[in-house]
Write a protein that binds this ligand. Structure first.
Ligand code: C2E
Ligand code: MG
Ligand code: MG
Length: 529
C-alpha cells in the first residue's frame, strides 16, 4: 500500500457555495428563457401554467449542464475525504492501522455481538530498540520497524488485527473464546513471527520482543482500559525479565503503590526519613581484608516500615527527586568515608537521571571539596541503563570524573542487556558482576564459561572484577578457585550495616571473628555442578 499518496483537494473546496451559486444561475437562466419564450410564442398559449412548464422544461435541460461540475466537485471531495480518513487511520511508516484505528477497532468489537466471546489485546514492545537506533541510525531503525510490521501482518492476517501503537510498540487485537490459553497461543505465534534475525542493508540484527496481554471483559471493558492493562502487563514482564505476561489486578495495585511513593518522596528528604547503610566489599585472595564499602540507601516511613531502594529508586527517578536524594547520599557517604582508615574507599550508586538531568561533575567536585575526601577514595557505580541511554552524552561526563581522580564501576553487569562492547566504549575501573549471573554460573556450565570469559576480558583490560551476592561458601569457592573475582561482596562476609557498626569490622581481628561466625551459620544445601 502506498502510504505516501497525498489527497488532492479541488481549488474551490466549498460545495455549499458552489451549489448555491450554480442553482441561482440555473434559475436566472430558466427565467430568462421563459421570458423569451413568452414573448415569442406566448400569444398562442398565453397561460401562467404554460410559462411555468416552459421555464421548468428549460431548467431541466440546462440544469444538468450546470450542475454536472458541482456533482464532480462533490465526488472528488468525497474521494479526497476518504483518502484523508484512510490516512488518518494509517501509520505513515509501516502502513499498519494507527492508534485511532486501533481504539475504534477495539470499541467496535467490544460493542458487537462477538464481544461475549472476549477480546485479547496484546501489547508488544521491541527490546532495546533504542540501542538499535543509536548504534545503527534512525533510517535503519525505521526499516527494521517496517520489516517487523510486515512479519506480524503476514503471520496474523485473518486471525488478528495488527496496529502500530507508537515508536517500537505494536498492538495485536485477537477475538478469543474467553480462555487465556488461546491468547497465550497467539503470543507464541507473534514471537515466532517477529522475534528473530533480520537481514537489512547487509547487516544482521536480532530482534526480541516483550508482550503484555489483557483480556476483555475480565481485565477491562474499554479500549483505554484494555490498552492500559496490557501495557502494565508488558512493564511487569520487562521488570521481571520475562518474554510475556498476562495482566493481573495486582499490577494495578503496584502502580497505585508507585503513585503513593512518588507523592511521599519529595518530603522524605526534609523529614530525614532516609539513611545510608554500608556493605563492606572484601579482597578475594584474603576475604578478611575489606577493600571498600558500598553505600546503600534506605527509606524509613513514619510508621517504621523500611522500603527497599529497588522499590523507591525507580519512583524517585520518575519524579526527578533522585537528583536531590542522590546528592544527599553522596555527601553522607563521602563524609563518613573521610573518617575511615585511608585504605578504604566508598562506592556510591548513581542513577542515570543524575547523569543526564543534573551537573554531576560539579556536584561531585563540590562534595569532595566540602568533605575533604580525596577523589581516588570515591567510586561511582553506574548501571548499564545509563550506558545504553546515551553513551555519547555520557562519555565526556565520565571523562571529567576520571580526570578528577574519581573511579568508575559498572554495576549489575550481566543482569540486563549490557554487552561486552561497553567495556570498549567507556573507561571503567571496576566491573560488578550481578548476583543473578553468579547464581546461574553456580548451576549451569554454560553461564559459568561466559562468566569466566568476561573475567578474562576484564582482567586483560586491567578492570577489577567484583562479584556480588556471595552468600554461600561454595559460591566463594567457585569464583575464587576459577580466578573469576578480584573482590567479593555478599552476605557471607557482611550484610549492609549502620556507619557506627563499621569500625568493628574494619578492625581486622574483629573481622576474622565475625567471618568465622558467619561461615558457621551459612547453611549448606546447594549442589555445585
Ligand atoms: P546494587 O548496587 O547492586 O546493590 C547491591 C544489592 O545487593 C544491595 O541491595 C545489597 O543489599 C544486596 N546484596 C548484597 N549482598 C547480597 C547477598 O549476598 N545476597 C543477596 N540476596 N543480596 C545481597 P539493596 O541495598 O536492596 O539495593 C538494591 C539496589 O538499589 C542497589 O543494587 C542499587 O542499584 C539501588 N540503590 C541502593 N542505594 C542506592 C542509591 O543511593 N542511589 C541509587 N541510585 N540507587 C541505589
Ligand atoms: Mg551498586
Ligand atoms: Mg549491583
Amino acid at each position: 500500500m502506498d502510504t505516501r499518496e497525498s489527497p488532492r483537494l479541488p481549488a474551490n473546496s466549498s460545495p455549499l457555495r458552489l451549489t448555491v451559486m450554480r442553482t441561482v444561475a440555473v434559475m436566472i437562466l430558466a427565467a430568462v428563457i421563459a421570458a423569451v419564450l413568452h414573448v415569442q410564442i406566448g400569444q398562442y398559449h398565453n397561460t401562467l401554467w404554460y410559462d411555468v412548464a416552459v421555464a421548468l422544461g428549460a431548467a431541466a435541460i440546462i440544469a444538468p449542464i450546470f450542475l454536472y461540475p458541482t456533482y464532480m466537485t462533490a465526488h472528488r471531495l468525497r474521494q479526497a475525504n476518504a483518502t484523508i480518513l484512510r490516512q488518518a487511520r494509517r501509520d505513515n511508516l509501516t502502513g499498519l492501522p494507527n492508534y485511532f484505528a486501533l481504539s475504534q477497532e477495539i470499541r467496535d468489537r467490544l460493542a458487537s455481538d462477538r464481544s461475549e466471546h472476549g477480546l485479547a489485546v496484546h501489547f508488544l514492545d521491541l527490546d532495546h530498540f533504542k540501542h538499535v537506533n543509536d548504534s545503527l541510525g534512525h533510517d535503519f531503525g525505521n526499516d527494521l520497524l517496517v520489516n517487523v510490521a510486515q512479519c506480524l501482518n503476514a503471520a496474523l492476517s485473518g486471525r488478528a488485527f495488527v496496529a502500530r501503537f507508537a515508536g517500537d510498540e505494536f498492538v495485536v487485537v485477537q477475538p478469543v473464546a474467553g480462555s487465556v490459553a488461546e491468547a497465550k497461543d497467539l503470543v507464541a505465534v507473534i514471537r515466532q513471527a517477529a522475534a528473530r534475525d533480520y537481514h537489512l542493508h547487509g547487516r544482521q540484527v536480532h530482534v526480541d520482543l516483550t508482550i503484555g496481554t489483557a483480556i476483555a471483559p475480565f481485565h477491562a471493558g474499554t479500549p483505554d482500559g484494555l490498552l492500559k492493562a496490557a501495557e502494565l502487563a508488558l512493564y511487569h514482564a520487562k521488570k521481571c525479565g520475562l518474554t510475556a505476561a498476562v495482566y493481573t489486578p495486582e499490577l494495578s495495585r503496584d502502580v497505585e503503590r508507585m503513585r503513593e511513593l512518588e507523592a511521599a518522596l519529595p518530603a522524605a528528604l526534609d523529614l530525614a526519613q532516609f539513611f545510608v547503610l554500608y556493605q563492606p566489599i572484601v579482597d578475594a585472595r584474603q576475604t578478611a581484608r575489606i577493600t571498600s564499602v558500598e553505600a546503600l540507601l534506605r527509606w524509613r516511613m513514619p510508621d517504621g516500615t523500611l522500603i527497599s531502594p529497588a522499590e523507591f529508586v525507580p519512583a524517585a527517578e520518575r519524579t526527578g527527586t533522585i537528583i536531590a536524594i542522590g546528592e544527599w547520599v553522596l555527601a553522607e557517604a563521602c563524609r563518613q568515608c573521610a573518617g575511615w582508615p585511608r585504605g578504604i574507599t566508598v562506592s556510591v550508586n548513581v542513577s542515570p537521571v543524575q547523569f543526564f538531568r543534573s551537573d554531576i561533575v560539579a556536584t561531585v567536585r563540590r562534595v569532595l571539596g566540602e568533605t575533604g575526601l580525596p577523589a581516588r577514595r570515591l567510586t561511582l557505580e553506574i548501571t548499564e541503563t545509563a550506558l545504553i541511554s546515551d553513551t555519547r552524552l555520557l562519555e565526556p561526563i565520565l571523562g571529567d570524573l576520571r580526570a578528577m581522580g574519581v573511579r568508575l564501576a559498572l554495576d549489575d553487569f550481566g543482569a540486563g542487556f549490557c554487552g561486552l562492547n561497553y567495556l570498549r566504549l567507556v573507561d571503567i575501573d571496576k566491573l560488578k558482576v550481578d548476583k543473578t549471573i553468579v547464581d546461574q554460573a553456580f548451576y549451569d556450565r554454560k553461564s559459568f564459561s561466559v562468566l569466566k570469559g568476561v573475567a578474562e576480558i576484564a582482567r586483560g583490560n586491567h578492570i577489577c572484577i567484583v562479584t556480588e551476592g556471595i552468600d554461600d561458601p561454595r559460591k566463594e569457592q567457585l569464583v575464587c578457585e576459577n580466578r573469576i573475582a578480584d573482590e567479593l561482596q555478599g552476605y557471607l562476609y557482611h550484610h549492609p550495616m549502620h556507619a557506627e557498626d563499621l569500625p568493628r569490622v574494619l578492625n581486622p581481628l574483629r573481622a576474622a571473628d565475625e567471618r568465622r561466625r558467619r561461615r558457621a551459620a551459612a547453611a549448606p544445601g546447594l549442589a555445585l555442578h
